[in-house]
Design a protein around this ligand. Structure first.
Ligand code: SF4
Length: 364
């Protein structure tokens, strides 16, 4: 076992006592079913508990077992995931369900090492499933746990380098108790999500305050030390709002792999360097759908931050001029928009169309 400056048994005991005394109204809590644990852990990545609760309940109603998830179409899974973001998580859930059902008779492996061989399962998720579902003695380390550990140790080093990450994994492992690792891991994660929160940690309610070096020095707001982020580059994109004679909206489906893969969108794409948005639309629709359009008035402009860039998407009322859509499954004239899984920006634009009014007078 690695050495830790903290008295590991006393620390774990304090954390577990707090965990046992708390009433934790989380729908996945108490389950030892690896399917449910896996689902909750994947949903909780990058997402707040309050948001996850509804999605988790709805997802389990639609796909109560891993077999049901494996049998569903990717479209159905993406639809159930719509609004949670980071859609590669949904695609990986679907892929993993098919692997576990088709190749492992529906049984999850019980060790972190074997779990990490499955699609979309990294070291953290593998350790969480293995410890909570199967009682394995495996440590977890995600953003929440990193925050707690760096504060406990009052770590002055910038996080993010492989060296510091390895130190934190070593510390997380050294702190693991001999028993009840699943409960301990959940307690540590709860502490990070509920008490040792990023901006205003609730130190006065913290069960491990007496072990916390940052609290003793008053430096908890300075930990963890993070690298300054460069401003996000802006990607300009344009989308076409095209209706047919029956008022149905033209949608196209994105390729399965890549950003927002498998979701539906208004036809369009990214603008080149100085390319005006209207020219971009005409070019992209000609290249991808083989149709000519007349670009009309701007209907909406949306910005959305992704991990590596900021999207500025402008949507225009367009008129079909000529051409024939390719005969593939990835275009649709949508009458019932709610049946299609859309990304946040497209959903916002389409929702706004209901109240959009054309300008009666030209801009001065
Ligand atoms: S005392 Fe405060 S900073 Fe330290 S672990 Fe607890 S909540 Fe976090």
């Amino acid at each position: 076992m690695n050495q830790t400056p903290l008295p590991a048994p006393a620390f774990a005991a304090a954390l577990l006592e707090w965990y046992d005394q708390r009433d934790t109204p989380m729908p996945w809590r108490g389950s030892r079913d690896p399917y449910r644990i896996w689902l909750s852990e994947v949903m909780l990545q990058q997402t707040r508990i309050a948001t996850v609760k509804d999605y988790y309940a709805r997802f389990l109603t639609l796909f109560p077992t891993i077999e049901a998830l494996a049998k569903a179409s990717l479209d159905e899974v993406l639809k159930a995931w719509e609004g949670l973001g980071y859609y590669s998580r949904a695609r990986n859930l679907h892929r993993l369900a098919q692997v576990v059902v088709n190749e492992r008779e529906g049984q999850f492996p019980a060790t972190p090492e074997a779990l990490q061989q499955l699609p979309g399962i990294g070291r953290y998720t593998a350790a969480a499933i293995a410890s909570i579902a199967f009682g394995a003695r495996s440590a977890v380390l995600d953003g929440n746990v990193i925050r707690v550990l760096t504060r406990l140790m009052d770590l002055p080093d910038e996080i993010g380098s492989p060296r510091i990450e390895q130190q934190l994994w070593d510390l997380a492992e050294a702190l693991l108790p001999a028993e009840r690792c699943g409960d301990y891991n959940q307690a540590l994660m709860d502490l990070g999500r509920l008490i040792c929160v990023p901006r205003r940690p609730v130190c006065e309610q913290c069960p491990v305050q007496s072990f916390c070096a940052a609290f003793a020095k008053g430096t908890q707001h300075l930990r963890p030390v993070k690298k300054q982020k460069a401003p996000l580059p802006i990607v300009r994109a344009a989308a076409a709002v095209i209706r047919d004679a029956e008022g149905r909206l033209l949608l196209v489906q994105r390729p399965t792999e890549g950003l927002l893969g498998g979701l539906w969108m208004l036809p369009g794409g990214n603008c080149e360097d100085e390319e005006p948005a209207a020219d971009c639309l005409r070019r992209v629709l000609q290249q991808t759908l083989n149709i000519e359009i007349i670009v009309g008035e701007e209907m909406a402009a949306i910005t959305q931050n992704f991990t590596h860039f900021r999207l500025l998407l402008r949507a225009f009322a367009c008129e079909w001029q000529s051409g024939t859509l390719p005969s593939t499954n990835n275009t649709a004239w949508a009458a019932e928009i709610s049946q299609y899984s859309l990304g946040k920006a497209d959903r916002q634009i389409i929702t706004g169309l209901a109240t959009w009014q054309p300008r009666l007078f030209a801009d001065p």
